[in-house]
Design a protein around this ligand. Structure first.
Ligand SMILES: [Zn+2]
Length: 234
């Protein structure tokens, strides 16, 4: 199978989402996975024991920022922060964001959706999503009192990625796919339903090409089961 990392794709036009699967064999193969993401998430009564979901083990660490796959990414230098799910560790490998949100929650699309991409030893992915509304004069994400530093010129940032999460970590869990080519699966998805505030200034350094919409349209549910958890096991 031809696996060409250089195949160009975009969010509109001839290389937009409706055409991704036609762009190369690798994308075509990924699109065959029937449980695609993103999807519309609808609140239901909490279905399960929080002990059955993931737990977070994040710590302050060093990140750089990079631009690829039509999106800004924050990439950790080291494998330190991880989540645990079904007795397996998935290490944080990448943080990026989509404008506007890809998942919808109870019919609402938010301004931004952050994705925290994790990987286990078998190279299986687990992604956590967190939603934000853009705000003025509030919604600073950097915990400066805690010694966080954010240096966009040097492309070096020290932070505990936990600051990106809402205080109450109620969330959905379902099985889906990557939302960018090759859109392969299965991916364990955990999407928080508490919407945070993000100061508009956060986006200033990323203006221009990367302030363009980069959200994949909603995909069919295809009979999927969606779990809802009110909290996170600690
Ligand atoms: Zn994403």
């Amino acid at each position: 199978m031809k696996k060409n990392m250089d195949v160009e794709w975009s969010y509109s036009g001839e290389r937009g989402p409706e055409h991704w699967a036609e762009l190369c064999d690798w994308f075509a193969k990924g699109a065959e996975f029937p449980l695609q993401s993103p999807i519309h998430l609808v609140s239901s009564s909490p279905s399960s024991d929080p002990k059955e979901t993931l737990s977070f083990h994040y710590q302050k660490q060093r990140f750089t920022d990079k631009e690829f796959k039509n999106t800004i990414h924050l990439v950790p230098f080291d494998q330190l922060s991880y989540v645990e799910f079904k007795n397996q560790r998935y290490y944080l490998t990448d943080i990026h964001f989509h404008l506007p949100s890809e998942h919808l929650i109870n019919g609402r699309q938010e301004d931004i959706e952050f994705h925290f991409v994790h990987m286990n030893a078998q190279k299986e992915n687990l992604v956590v999503g967190a939603m934000y509304q853009l705000a003025e004069n509030e919604g600073w994400l950097y915990d400066r009192d805690n010694g966080d530093s954010w240096n966009l010129e040097q492309h070096e940032h020290w932070t505990n990625p936990e600051i990106f999460f809402p205080k109450k970590r109620s969330h959905f869990h379902y099985v889906g796919s990557l939302t960018t080519p090759p859109t392969s699966g299965p991916i364990q998805w955990f999407v928080m339903d508490q919407v945070g505030k993000l100061n508009k200034e956060f986006l200033l350094p990323f203006k221009g090409q990367y302030a363009q919409p980069n959200n994949r349209p909603l995909q069919p549910l295809n009979g999927r089961k969606i779990d809802y958890f009110e909290g996170i096991s600690q």
